[in-house]
Ligand binder design. Structure first.
Ligand code: PMP
Ligand code: GLU
Length: 422
């Protein structure tokens, strides 16, 4: 190999080390399954890790990349968990689908808040809504089955579909139609292989919210295809600025084929506790339960007790957090609208903005949304997530689950950095 013919000793040692690293990388890549190689790393988590690493090195980076409340879990929930710990009752494996009283409380919540009738047997509590959704795909999909994914989509849907050997089929919304794909697009995408449809409302990454009327139009199409399962991800239910939250499961004929996904991470600031759940048709809840029983046994006992306390306690702190997000939304909208070349809409829920930044492609070092985010990380020291991870390559995601001061400073820095190249 020519690289080793170099006479310079230092240079050849360096080249030899690079060769060793590369060959070890190739060897270990070869050992990995095709399954794991078929999916990328979670872009949201990867960007958050990068920002954390920079902070540890003493770099003053502001992270607007992770979709995670910046609030602490409310005290009454923490107290509930402490009491459960001291009670000495919750040390053993919980039932795979979750404690009965928690599932009863979830069943009541579905009825009271969403007008959805799921019995406790139709509920499965998991390690975050992430596992809930993954269980459902693993329980539903055979190789080649298609899942229609409303785009922009939450980053992990496609990876989970691929892991279950399904095929994601995308229907796209854009900034002009508030990022909401239509009933006509849905109908066009349906084939004999369509097994399921998935969307989130309020949506991560766009903050868009489907109205009752829009959901009714989707339901009208789905009524004609009774074997298609609807997965409605409602994890941002409590952060909805558009009024009453609507669930597609309430539409005529939908409940017995709708999986309603929810959880505690966002509305109760409990991301680290890892509690999510589904209400599902009985057969599918059983299948998801079977999957979970083989994979993780159950969700942590103490986290479930915290979730039970959250659900049976006051919603006041969730309301306060939602009001804070509402104020920040106005602030961020004003700040972003003031940056030339950035197209921004007004999200109706969640805590994200999803601006279109294509005007900057071809300027300075930026040729796409990923370059845009890298430029921001290096130049403005602000971490964002590329729209490519959500199926929208012209956009970037900014999470405003950060303090007003951080938002002002970071968006000020973004503006200054863009002025240098615009
Ligand atoms: N769905 C959406 C739309 C999300 O943004 C998230 C983010 N975490 C999840 C599901 C998963 O949430 P968790 O696993 O924290 O309950
Ligand atoms: N859902 C959040 C996000 O989109 C948390 C990270 C993740 O679970 O991927 O940023």
């Amino acid at each position: 190999m020519t690289v080793f013919l170099n006479n310079n000793n230092h240079e050849s040692t360096k080249q030899w080390s690079i060769f060793l690293i590369l060959s070890e990388f190739l060897r270990t890549m070869d050992l990995q399954s095709k399954r794991i190689k078929s999916i990328p790393e979670s872009a949201t988590l990867a960007m958050a890790a990068k920002a954390r690493e920079m902070k540890q090195k003493g770099i003053d980076v502001i992270s607007l990349s992770l979709g995670e409340p910046d609030f602490k879990t409310p005290d009454f929930i923490i107290e509930g968990a402490i009491e459960a710990l001291h009670s000495g009752k919750y040390f053993a494996y919980p039932p795979v689908n979750g404690y009965l009283d928690l599932r009863e409380a979830i069943s009541k919540k579905f009825k009271d808040d969403n007008d959805l009738d799921y019995t406790p047997d139709q509920i499965v509590v998991s390690n975050g809504a992430k596992q809930s959704i993954s269980n459902v795909f693993m329980a539903l999909l055979d190789p080649g089955d298609e899942v229609i994914v409303f785009t922009p989509y939450w980053v992990s849907y496609t990876a989970m579909i691929l892991l279950a050997e399904g095929v994601p089929v995308f229907i796209e919304g854009n900034i002009e139609n508030d990022f909401k794909a239509s009933a006509e697009q849905l109908e066009k995408a349906i084939t004999s292989k369509t097994k399921a449809v998935i969307f989130s409302s309020p949506c991560n990454p766009t903050g868009s919210v489907f109205t009752k009327e829009e959901l009714a139009l989707l339901a009208e199409v789905l009524k004609k295809y009774p074997d298609i399962i609807i997965i409605s991800d409602e994890i941002y239910e409590l952060i909805n600025f558009s009024g009453a939250h609507a669930s597609i499961g309430t539409m005529e004929g939908m409940l017995d084929r709708t999986v309603t996904v929810n959880g505690f991470s966002k509305g109760y600031a409990m991301t680290g506790w890892r509690v999510g759940y589904i209400g599902a048709p009985g057969w599918l809840a059983k299948a998801a339960n079977k999957m979970q029983g083989q994979m993780t046994s159950a969700n942590s006992s103490i986290a479930q007790r915290a979730a039970f306390t959250a659900l049976t306690g006051s919603k006041e702190s969730s309301g306060e957090m939602a009001r804070a997000y509402l104020n920040r939304r106005a602030l961020v909208h004003d700040l972003l609208s003031d940056i030339p070349g950035i197209q921004v809409n007004m999200p109706q829920g969640a805590f994200y903005f999803f601006p279109n930044v294509k005007e900057y492609f071809g300027k300075g070092p930026i040729n796409n949304a990923t370059d845009f985010c890298m430029y921001m990380l290096e130049e403005a020291r602000v971490s964002l997530v590329t729209g490519e991870a959500f199926g929208s390559p012209e956009c970037i995601r900014l999470s405003y689950a950060a303090s007003e001061e951080e938002l002002k400073t970071s968006i000020g820095r973004i503006k200054e950095s863009l002025e240098k190249i615009y």
